[in-house]
Design a protein around this ligand. Structure first.
Ligand SMILES: *Cc1c(COP(=O)(O)O)cnc(C)c1O
Length: 362
């Protein structure tokens, strides 16, 4: 790994070294055109090839069925919090939300600006230290859609199995676990993800949209906030974040070389087992924040007995080459983000460090 850090940042986060090296190689002269991909028109044949191939790779790797469109938009996942109710919440309907943590709360806050909302499952009373039960949701006939957050990046919980919502569109914010495991995409009306955790750099948001969703969309919305604008123009209505899309392209090729999502799911399980085992075998020195059956395979949250000890842990971890282990400022504690691009060796090194630290301070 040379002088690469053990990068456990929550987002923007680690990218595969191979991807960075290929981008470096192509930086000044993209595949023989004598220019960077950043320096050419988004209407050029070269960029169109990147745009098309990236969509197709995503369809292939995520097993996206026919009848779905892949879009590359700007404004982050946070803009999707707005665009979804703006497009799909009609007068007389209710938008149903699963309140699972800080990101779900932000999505709910935006939806309230556009109409009626209902929290149909919540773990707020458990301080979000588990995923709400999605087994027996009560959705009225007037439900515009059900919104879930597949992985709560800040608290460290993850949906273990998605509900069946019948004819009610299921919408998921998969910003922090997209492509970390196989998912039955046919269950969803819309999936979205900011790229900067599991897909590439910041600046682009992937939206996977079932085409019949467009028939439900509100009319008379501003052009840039309409999904059909981007569907009709193949994400080229205005200038796209072309470099970020190119980087996603390289990441998808890397995922393919790893063996696809089934292989990644297994590696992610092995990686996180190393760290969860270090927590569970510490005799209470480390405490996992989230109930065992809701634990995330992307963001591992844990605490020590005192804030002083947590500060010491962060300080010593930094001195040993670990980056990003301080918990989110809103919840404190510690967090290791173990996205697809975080190598197994980094997780091994962290588990070893955790064992050593507990021996010295236990
Ligand atoms: C990071 C994150 C977001 C916000 O993404 P932006 O691209 O910064 O708007 C939303 N949802 C989840 C689950 C996230 O992890």
């Amino acid at each position: 790994m040379g002088n690469r850090a053990y990068n456990f940042n929550a987002g923007p986060a680690a990218l595969p070294l191979e991807v960075l090296e290929q981008a470096q190689k192509e930086f000044v002269d993209f595949r023989g055109i004598g220019m960077s991909i950043m320096e050419i028109s988004h209407r050029s044949a070269e960029y169109e090839a990147v745009n098309n191939e990236t969509q197709n790779l995503l369809k292939e790797l995520f097993s996206i069925p026919d009848g779905y469109k892949v879009l590359f938009l700007q404004g982050g996942a946070s803009t999707q919090f707005t665009m979804i109710p703006m497009n799909f919440l009609q007068a007389g309907q209710t938008a149903a939300y699963v309140q699972s943590g800080a990101w779900a709360d932000k999505a709910i806050k935006e939806a309230k600006l556009f109409g009626e909302t209902a929290v149909v499952a919540s773990s707020k009373d458990q301080k979000f230290m588990r995923m709400p039960d999605l087994g027996a949701l009560n959705l009225s006939d007037q439900t515009a859609y059900l919104h879930v957050t597949s992985n709560e990046t800040i608290e460290g919980s993850q949906v273990q199995s998605y509900p069946d919502t019948g004819s009610i569109p299921l919408i998921a914010d998969m910003s922090s676990d997209i492509l970390s495991r196989p998912v039955d995409v046919s269950k969803f009306g819309l999936i979205y993800a900011g790229a900067q955790k599991n897909l590439g750099p910041s600046g682009v948001t992937v939206v996977i949209l079932r085409e019949d969703m467009l028939e439900r969309a509100n009319a008379n919305l501003p052009t840039m906030f309409r999904y059909d604008t981007h569907v009709k123009n193949d994400s080229l209505y205005n200038t796209p974040p072309s470099y970020s899309v190119y980087m996603i392209n390289l990441v998808l090729h890397w995922i393919k070389r790893q063996g696809g999502l089934a292989a990644l799911e297994k590696i992610n399980r092995d990686k996180t087992d190393l760290i969860y085992n270090a927590i569970d075998a510490s005799g209470g020195f480390y405490q996992g924040c989230v109930d065992a059956d809701s634990r995330s395979r992307m963001n591992i949250t844990f605490r020590l007995q005192s804030e002083e000890l947590e500060k010491l842990f962060v300080k010593e971890s930094q001195a040993n080459g670990f980056v990003g282990l301080k918990g989110h400022r809103s919840v404190g504690g510690l967090r290791a983000s173990t996205y697809n691009a975080v190598p197994y060796e980094s997780c091994q090194a962290l588990a070893q460090f955790m064992n050593d630290f507990s021996k010295r301070n236990g």
